[in-house]
Design a binder for this molecule. Sequence first.
Ligand SMILES: *[C@@H]1O[C@H](CO)[C@@H](O)[C@H](O)[C@H]1NC(C)=O
Ligand SMILES: *[C@@H]1O[C@H](CO)[C@@H](O)[C@H](O)[C@H]1NC(C)=O
Length: 236
Amino acid sequence: MAFFHHFLLLLVICSFTVESAELWTQSCNDNSITNSTQISSNIDALLVQLVSGTIKNGYITTSYGKSNYKVYGLSQCRADVSRTTCSTCILDAAKQIRQLCPNQAGASIWYDDCFLRYDTRKFAGQVDTTVGIYFYNVENVTDPDSFNKQLETLTGQISSEAVKPGNRGFGRGKIGWSKSEDIYGLVQCTRDLSQASCTQCLDTAVGNLRNFCEDKKGCRVLYNSCILRYELYSFF
Ligand SMILES: *[C@@H]1O[C@H](CO)[C@@H](O)[C@H](O)[C@H]1NC(C)=O
Ligand SMILES: *[C@@H]1O[C@H](CO)[C@@H](O)[C@H](O)[C@H]1NC(C)=O
């Protein structure tokens, strides 16, 4: 399908909980910085700004450096996490991203509670779903028809909530499915996006559930511009 430029398919068989920040995955682009110590030191300086801005306001877009060595960054916490959780997460993200993508001038890192990205290309305000990472529960639901109907309703509701003014691109909720089970869903856009761009990203994520998470008991769709997650248990 033409709309996937790159994607990785990953499985998470068991879910787990940890006290510290939970790292989901990272994406390192192929823009190498091995011969530029200037870009590398600008990334370090950018990360300091990203961390302090995120701890202060929960979100920041910024840049550092001049001309060809300029780097652009964005970081944010999930809109429903506490300041303490946010600080822990973003500090860990800034540390880990340099270890996981040491030679790249562009990288993204996704945690349960926060997200951080930088690049030598300016990206703020633009929808980016070129890298798609999908984690899904290998188990299938027993009654796909009713499940998918309810999932569609839920993802529609939380997507509308996310783009309401003041909601910072964030929506979450649950919906009854079987007699005893609920579906829990969460979406978060990066906060640089307009309402229309956030909608566009979430529509792509919802549309891809059919392609990558069909009938699965849980799934996470991760893009640079938004994330979508649903599970049959409460995770927020
Ligand atoms: C790295 O070296 C190559 C080849 O000399 C050059 O074309 C490229 O611009 C350099 N990259 C940076 C970031 O300086
Ligand atoms: C779920 O359904 C798919 C498609 O029918 C199948 O390939 C897969 O083995 C099933 N997974 C499990 C855990 O039963």
